[in-house]
Structures are given as structure tokens and as C-alpha cells.
Design a protein around this ligand. Structure first.
Ligand SMILES: [Zn+2]
Length: 430
């Protein structure tokens, strides 16, 4: 029998009873510890004997450990096995030659609690139009808010807890076929750091709105100051043990940061849905996020330069989630009948979209302005890059898709022009 894979995800807010909450919290910590122990065993076996341990074999160790150790035996067996399988996947991503991920990381205390289950271990039943419940091994029925239809067979389920409370997410096999080409126009998208995204068919960038209100930002700052104060106090008078008040402060901070993350995720989803729905071909840069956001710290022998600045840039790159946007575009283009084309990212920001001249001098004003040194074409630098990305995507991907559209010219602010002329030397080059 061919295994049917999950091709869509569903996430619902779960409402455990007080007893269930306690059990799930315990399992969450066990799951985290099991991940760490299993990872350590694999690393140890590789270092000692150059032996690669996979989940099929490691499951036998797990079975033995479950009879010996109460705290592991408490976690449902299927959940333990699922954790070992996800460790396999983490290793596979690490070994993937095309886009290698980082080495599987240990999960620290305070990591998001999550307990995975295979699809065979769970059962879902609908209670009414708005509520449903899922039966988990050794826990019983867990109620969740049915905010959207499941629409497929369940392949896996994960219970998790973040700053906003418990959630249950399902991997679902919908069996949906990719849609026929939608015949809409092509576009290129430049995902920037300052502007969230510049679409080649538009004249203004799509900016991410501020993810926290002014009041929320004030509150977050105040809470962080309070936390710092309480940590100092704890170290001085309490032997470093976290007290009740400090834990409350941390929970309040987590709630705000979770809210911020949710709003950013919401923006990303709306952006990618809009792109996939209203375009026939989408060109994006094939960026290696891991390389882009590599730390500038360097080694003790050769310390890096501008470490703080680079870490700030990394944060803004990761906030804008380029890898996540690409992942979403990959499945949403299939859903809405468009094509995603990744193009080589080399010199997109230095290439003139009008005549094709590649020249770093064209970006001389070191602002957001592009001025070609050959043909004098002037444009917003990010828009110019997006047009170039679109052209590259057309060459590699879909030359048949609506290629007669004229490219909108940008209105360049006069001050920018003057700045370009008056500043022949970029200030930041050494
Ligand atoms: Zn030019």
C-alpha cells in the first residue's frame, strides 16, 4: 500500500480540562527530554563507532527505556515513536545537499511544548457546528474549536502550547489535484528588508504594518524592564530560583511576543495568498536564508566585524520570513493554478531592468534609488530588482504567459535625484 502523505495543515485552538492540562504539560516536557536524549544517543554512536542510528532501530531502545523509566513510560508509545521519526526528518534536512539545514538542535527548557501523534493513534468526532473533539491515547477526548472544516483524512496530530494557550494541529491528506493554469499576468517579487515585498506590477511596496500597537510596545518594554529587575533580585536573594512573580512577568511577555508573531504570520499568509491567486507566474529570488543570516560573530581567533549590526539585520530578515514565504508560495501556487519560478539571485539589485547593464555604480546613492550608468534609467531600487526578477523568471519559466504587459514607470522623488547627483561617493565603503 502506498502511504498517503499529509498535503495540508489545520490548526485549532484546544481547550483541555484542568487535569488534561496537567497531563499534557508533563508529556510536553517528557517529549522535549526524549528528543534531547535520542539526539545525544545518535551523536554518541556516530562519534564512537561512526554508526548512523535511525528511528526504526532507536524505537527498540525506546521500548526498553519505557519499561525501565517511569517518566518515559508515562508518555504514550506512539508519541515517542513519532518524536524519533521527526528526528529522522531533522537529520534528512541536515543532509539535504540542495538546501542543508542546521544540525538538529537540543530543545532547551522553555522551548514550546509539543506532543506529536501519528494519525492512526487519534480519532476526531464533531460535536456541533463549532466544536469537535479528538481522542488522544491515554488522555481521552480533548475539545477544540472547529474554526474551519478538516476536509481530508488525518495523517498526524500535534498538541502544542504557546503563549496563547493550547492548540491542536493536524496534517491532513486532502487529495486535491493542482489547479489548471489560471492565465493571469506574471510578476516578479523582491522580498526586501526595509520594504516587505515589492511586486513588479505595482508602484508601491507592500509594507508589513507594525505588528504591535504603540501601547503594546510600551507595555512590552515595561515588562522587559520588570523582568530584568526581578532576575537581578532573584540572583541576589533567591539563589537564582524563579519565583511566582517572575514567572508571571515572563508569561505576560510571552503572550505579547506570541501576539506579535501571529500578526506577522497573518501578514505573510495574506501576502502569499494574494500573490498566488492573482498572478499566473511568480518569480522570486533563490535565496539561501541560512547563508544570508549567518552570524557575523566569527571565531575567537578571527572575530567578525559589525556583529551587532549584522545580528540586527538577521533579525529583520528572519522577521520577514523569506523561507516561510517561499514555502507558502510553493503550495499556494499549486492551489490557485499559478507557477512559482526561483531565479538565481546574483546582482538583481545592480542590474538595470531596462538595458540589462550590471554595475554596482548604479546603486551609488546608497539610498533606495537606482540610476543606470549606461541608459540613465531611474527607478526605486527594489522595484527595479523585482522587474529584473520577473524578466529572469520569464526566461527560465513561462515565456508563454502574458508577456506583452508594459512595465510601469516609477516616479522618482526629486530629492532622491538631487541626492544621487550630489553624492558621487557612497559613504559606507572603506
Ligand atoms: Zn540601463
Amino acid at each position: 500500500m502506498r502511504r498517503v502523505k499529509a498535503d495540508a495543515g489545520r490548526r485549532y485552538r484546544a481547550y483541555p480540562t484542568r487535569d488534561q492540562d496537567e497531563v499534557l504539560t508533563g508529556w510536553g516536557h517528557t517529549a522535549r527530554a526524549l528528543w534531547n536524549v535520542a539526539l545525544e544517543q545518535r551523536v554518541y554512536l556516530w562519534e564512537q563507532r561512526r554508526y548512523t542510528l535511525r528511528s526504526a532501530e532507536q524505537c527498540k531502545f525506546l521500548t526498553a527505556a519505557r519499561t525501565d523509566l517511569d517518566w518515559i513510560g508515562d508518555l504514550p508509545a506512539q508519541a515517542g515513536q513519532q518524536i524519533l521519526r521527526s528526528l529522522d526528518r531533522a537529520y534528512d534536512n541536515f543532509w539535504n545537499p540542495n538546501n542543508p539545514a542546521r544540525f538538529p538542535a537540543r530543545k532547551k527548557r522553555g522551548h514550546r511544548l509539543s506532543v506529536p501523534f501519528p494519525g492512526q493513534a487519534v480519532e476526531v468526532r464533531k460535536l456541533n457546528r463549532k466544536w469537535a473533539e479528538v481522542r488522544l491515547p491515554k488522555l481521552g477526548w480533548l475539545r477544540f474549536r472547529l474554526s474551519r472544516a478538516m476536509g481530508g483524512t488525518i495523517r498526524n496530530a500535534t498538541v502544542s502550547c504557546d503563549g496563547n494557550g493550547w492548540h491542536i494541529s493536524f496534517g491532513v491528506h486532502t487529495g486535491r489535484k493542482p489547479k489548471a493554469p489560471n492565465g493571469k499576468p506574471a510578476c516578479g517579487v523582491d522580498f526586501g528588508v526595509a520594504a516587505s515585498a515589492f511586486v513588479s506590477t505595482e508602484t508601491t511596496p507592500r509594507l508589513m504594518p507594525p505588528s504591535l500597537t504603540v501601547n503594546e510596545r510600551w507595555r512590552l518594554k515595561a515588562l522587559e524592564q520588570r523582568k530584568a529587575r526581578q532576575v537581578t533580585y532573584t540572583k541576589k536573594h533567591n539563589g537564582g530560583r524563579y519565583g511566582r512573580r517572575l514567572c508571571t512577568t515572563i508569561a505576560q511577555i510571552t503572550k505579547l511576543t506570541t501576539r506579535r508573531a501571529n500578526r506577522r504570520a497573518d501578514f505573510t499568509h495574506k501576502l502569499t495568498t494574494d500573490l498566488a491567486k492573482n498572478h499566473g507566474l511568480i518569480g522570486i529570488e533563490d535565496l539561501r536564508v541560512k547563508n544570508m543570516t549567518a552570524s557575523a560573530q566569527g571565531t575567537p581567533e578571527a572575530p567578525g566585524k559589525n556583529v551587532r549590526a549584522k545580528s540586527g539585520l538577521n533579525r529583520s530578515i528572519l522577521d520577514n520570513a523569506p523561507g516561510e514565504r517561499r514555502r507558502q508560495l510553493e503550495y499556494k501556487t499549486r492551489m490557485y493554478g499559478s507557477v512559482l519560478v526561483t531565479v538565481p539571485p546574483f546582482h538583481t539589485s545592480q542590474t538595470c531592468a531596462q538595458c540589462g547593464r550590471v554595475d554596482p555604480e548604479s546603486r551609488k546613492g546608497c539610498g533606495r534609488l537606482f540610476a543606470c550608468t549606461r541608459c540613465g534609467h531611474e527607478d526605486d531600487a527594489d522595484h527595479n530588482a523585482s522587474v529584473e526578477i520577473e524578466a529572469r523568471a520569464r526566461r527560465t519559466g513561462g515565456s508563454d504567459i502574458n508577456s506583452t504587459r508594459s512595465i510601469p514607470r516609477m516616479r522618482v522623488p526629486a530629492t532622491g535625484r538631487r541626492r544621487m547627483r550630489e553624492a558621487p561617493k557612497p559613504a559606507h565603503t572603506s
